[in-house]
Design a protein. Sequence first.
Length: 256
Amino acid sequence: MSINNTIWEKKYEAIVIGGGLQGLSTAYYLLANGVKNTLLIEKSYIGSGSSGRNLGGVRETHDTIEEIALGKEATKTWGKISKELNFNVFFRRNGYLYIATNEKELNNLKERWRFMNLNGVKAKLLSQNEVLEIAPYLNKSIVIGGLLGTNDGIAHPFSAIWAFYLGIKKLGGTILQYTKVDKLKLENNNTFSVKIKEKTLHSDIIVIAAGPGSINLVLTLGIKIPAKILKRQALAIERQPLNIKPMIVTPWGPIA
């Protein structure tokens, strides 16, 4: 990609690597909180990774205290994003419905519910009839019970990507698409250099939000993170209304 020379002529307060929802939202909130000289770099087009290949779930129903705390903050934040960005991201609290197909899975949901209840998560256990009342299209011969996260919800991923993109541009941030970062380096003056082909950018802060690409990027800093790539993608098999509810999760993954 041909890059305007002025981009290389200044040092940035922050550089965010990755143009998915994590990177876009991070860049937006840096700008919104006074880090005005912020640059976002994406190796392809924004939303080209997992942010464009998911069902848009936002939930509090997690299994660790840390994830629950993040989930609560997430549902609160997503409830305000459309108004803040003046762009409808279609966030709605339709709930997460976890279903059990055998006694082992049901006991697991009961244990999860007890833990969530102790940590302030809005969730309730459901009988088979209660599950089928919410989702009558499920197979009665398979489902024996479930757990409903009542404060969980769904946002529209592509609307959210566009909303944050426009928010960044409105606040004066810079976005480089189709630009691959090759190497990172921590300089002696505690600033970072970002190598892109024969060019180099400099910043006080680097945020790596490149999904699976983050593994190799941090390796260039001599850091090995305990992560592995798990390829998953949402598959739409038929047209569904935008306000479908709730998100249904089986023991082997979400199905709606």
